[in-house]
Design a protein around this ligand. Structure first.
Ligand code: PEP
Ligand code: MN
Length: 337
């Protein structure tokens, strides 16, 4: 912890802070500059220390050295965590691809698209059975019936099932059918859900809240990790800005930044991130170029008639072209796909 004193801090105020730091069991080291004095507080940086030191008289600011998220932090390990579920591996040299419709519509639809996507190189099948919709009048998903359809698609293809869980008491039900539990953007700070998913031990795809900072995102991941579940993937899915030309703004700098701050693998969702089908492939390529460990993409055989998110959903033909182009980008950045 670094305590920066104000330029006009008095000798008494500095002495007081030195004593205060010592009384907290830390070792103070005073660095006197020409303009101002800085006190390095060396020792265990526990929770709430900034709040304890910042109100001190003559203190300008207190800067923590350690990240507030301990288990998600790259301070814990330099090695990228690999999350594995039913043949889906996220965090290795190979960029993982999870694809599928926004919603599970019927068994024929999900089994048919699963077979197509598997042939094109996807290892995960996405599809919502519980749908978080902005309007209560929109299609809410087929719920358990949808989960059963996903399980049938897994039986037919071997693809790992990635599907959203919206409520803590639904975790056992969704975990029974899914290989990866998705926590949606709207639930990133639903702490009871994070804990329940943590307790399940299941591989988890945690989506960034549309207004969440990176620190909030990593602290949300911390809730899952803290329950003893290390299988967490972070997913950048776009944030809300003043911009209206896309549904959300997809900030790809998040990928290398998260890689610097955390050992968890990072997935990008260019479908929700842009909201526009024609922008999905270019942003998928950009995601691979900047180091994404995985992509999650909405694909439907007939996007015009999709029950949700049709405008950001690509066809199998576009997906095939996307895969071809992304593989070339992957090679350029020493990855495979
Ligand atoms: C989805 O994946 O279909 C979804 C609802 O995503 P998000 O939570 O990112 O909006
Ligand atoms: Mn969707």
């Amino acid at each position: 912890m670094i305590v920066v004193m104000k330029p006009d801090a008095t000798a008494e105020q500095i002495d007081h802070m030195v004593g205060h730091i010592r009384s907290l069991g830390m070792s103070p080291q005073v660095l006197r500059g020409t303009q101002r004095t800085v006190i390095a507080a060396i020792g265990d940086e526990r929770e709430g220390l900034v709040e304890t030191l910042e109100p001190g008289e003559g203190v300008e600011k207190v800067l923590p050295i350690m990240a507030p998220y301990k288990r998600a932090s790259s301070e814990l390990t330099n090695e990228r965590t690999k999350v594995e579920a039913q043949g889906l591996v996220v965090g290795g040299v190979k960029v993982a691809v999870i694809a599928g419709p926004c919603s599970v519509e019927n068994e024929k639809q999900i089994v048919s698209i699963a077979k197509i996507l598997k042939d094109m190189g996807a290892t995960g099948l996405r599809g919502g059975a519980f749908k978080p919709r902005t309007s209560p009048y929109s299609f809410q998903g087929h719920k358990e019936d949808g989960l059963k359809m996903l399980a049938t698609a897994r039986d037919a293809t071997g693809l790992a099932i990635v599907t959203e869980v919206m409520a803590p008491d639904h975790v056992p039900l969704v975990a029974k059918y899914a290989d990866v539990l998705q926590i949606g953007a709207r639930n990133m700070q639903n702490y009871q859900l994070l804990q329940a998913v943590g307790d399940s031990g299941k591989a988890t795809l945690l989506k960034r809240g549309m207004s969440a900072t990176i620190d909030e995102f990593l602290l949300a991941a911390e809730y899952i990790l803290d329950r003893g579940n290390p299988n967490v993937m972070l997913c950048e899915r776009g944030i809300r800005t003043y911009e209206e030309h896309t549904r959300f703004t997809l900030p790809l700098a998040t990928v290398p930044y998260l890689h610097e701050k955390s050992h968890l693998p990072v997935v990008v969702d260019p479908s929700h991130g842009t909201g526009k089908a024609r922008l999905v492939a270019p942003m998928a390529k950009a995601s691979v170029a900047c180091g994404a460990d995985g992509l999650i993409i909405e694909v439907h055989e007939d996007p015009e008639h999709a029950m949700s998110d049709g405008s950001q959903t690509i066809t199998p033909a576009t997906f095939a072209q996307l895969m071809k182009e992304c593989r070339r980008v992957a090679e350029a950045v020493d990855r495979t796909m």
